[in-house]
Write a protein that binds this ligand. Structure first.
Ligand code: FES
Length: 140
């Protein structure tokens, strides 16, 4: 399952017009993975909104848990956008409702499948440790 959930309010997204960079930092190990994003390559996969942080992560082989397939129906893809949050699509009421179910929510919290950067700034995205643990368990 992936793509867009027809039963929720559409997110207002703006496609990037120039290349930018997303750095994913693993909260548990501190490891950083820099991912150059070429707007011409979007979408990278078929999970989450096109050009979302989950889509970008998938394209680069960065594992972020996404139990519902990226349709805003769980909260497992919760990440923190530590830099560049102001360049991301605003969260919808549906995303906020799902985030209410997530642990340790902060003002930087987003569902990575619903958060689409417009490319005007580079981003720093923290992948929470519990997310990483679930991914490891889920894939053995
Ligand atoms: S993967 Fe389920 S809400 Fe993002």
């Amino acid at each position: 399952m992936g793509g867009v959930n027809p039963y929720i309010q559409a997110a207002k997204t703006q496609k990037p017009e120039r290349p930018f960079k997303v750095t994913f930092q693993m909260e548990d190990t501190g490891e950083k993975i820099e991912v150059p994003v070429d707007p011409a390559q979007i979408p990278f996969g078929d999970h989450g909104l096109e050009g979302s942080l989950l889509d970008i992560a998938e394209g680069a082989g960065v594992e972020i848990n996404h139990s519902c397939g990226g349709v805003c129906a769980c909260s497992t893809c919760h990440v923190y956008v530590a830099q560049g949050l102001e360049t991301c699509s605003p969260s919808t009421d549906d995303e906020e409702d799902m985030l209410d179910e997530a642990p340790a929510v902060t003002t930087e919290s987003r569902l990575s499948c619903q958060c689409v950067p417009n490319g005007k700034k580079d981003l720093l995205v923290i992948v929470p440790r519990w997310n990483r643990n679930e991914v490891k368990e889920g894939h053995g």
